[in-house]
Design a protein around this ligand. Sequence first.
Ligand SMILES: C=C(O[C@@H]1C=C(C(=O)O)C=C[C@H]1O)C(=O)O
Length: 98
Amino acid sequence: MKSLDEIRNEIDAIDAQMRVLFEQRMDCIQAVAEYKYSNHGNIFDQSREEKMLEKNLIQLKNKNYGKEYERFLHEILVSSKAYQKDWIQKKEIDERGK
Ligand SMILES: C=C(O[C@@H]1C=C(C(=O)O)C=C[C@H]1O)C(=O)O
């Protein structure tokens, strides 16, 4: 049986990998925000979100984690839209001040 320290070291290593992936995803979200700002696009795209959730939930191997994985994906979507909203609002304020 692994010790608690060993398990926590594994968690730390996974958190580090997830941080890298999170930053990569947010770099894409930044690019999407810039595209939407230039093209006056809607921040929220329901059909895209439904497909993203469905595709990932189907591929989840351990279905015991389904509820929490769905919650996790929802949180990602909430953060993603909050970031885009803040960035676009700031951009609009900056542009108006010019
Ligand atoms: C990133 C986008 O903006 C929103 C956020 C999404 C996401 O984080 O995956 C998906 C759809 C949109 O509601 C997008 O339109 O692609």
